[in-house]
Design a protein around this ligand. Sequence first.
Ligand code: F6R
Length: 241
Amino acid sequence: MIIYRAKDYQDMSRKAANIISAQVIMKPNCTLGLATGSTPVGTYQQLIEWYKKGDLDFSQVSSINLDEYKGLSPENDQSYRYFMNTNLFNHINIDKTRTFVPNGLEADSQKACNDYNHIITASGGIDLQLLGLGHNGHIGFNEPGEAFERETHCVDLTESTIEANKRFFESEEDVPRQAYTMGIKNIMQARKILVVVSGADKAEILEKVLKGPITPAVPASILQLHNDVTIVADEAALGRI
Ligand code: F6R
């Protein structure tokens, strides 16, 4: 495992974007595993900037996102498809037909998850998986207690997640109750993993992830067993390391 200590959020974003750029340059037809959330936004902005300068070409790249709310359409501004389009895909020359996010409109969970596992396999596997880290150690929507062997599955969102998300919706009833997420097994099968972490509020969980026991109680602790993980974290997040 390699740990890069960044000065601040901007430095973290530039370092992470450098690693993704290296992947795209070394293998122009690579498959990137991508994440939503606030942490990767600066990384995506940096990639857009370098693309606009002419330094990066995404025309042969494919992407596979970690997760999506069940029931939300791609046009819903809270869907992860919408997030990816507005924060990255609309601004680079990636072929959108090769960008994959679980199908939130597929009501049949088994079908949605089987289809997604098939997409991951058919892509030849993920070359570089980008991850953010939840405050409880979750990755994707794999919350504490989730079995490490699971592939893409449907999760019931916890009351605290619904509560935290309701500010983004008109009413609490509009907040999705379920989501489709890649499982830990899919994530661990990626050839390389890049984790971005920022802020003092992540210091305690990052210490547990890196130094604590490997346990489903801290889903990201499994990353200790992957043979090619790079952590890019700012000083605040690395405050206990
Ligand atoms: C995003 C995802 C989540 C986030 C995590 C951290 O697709 O699956 O696991 O990476 O919740 O979120 P932020 O970056 O907002 O702290």
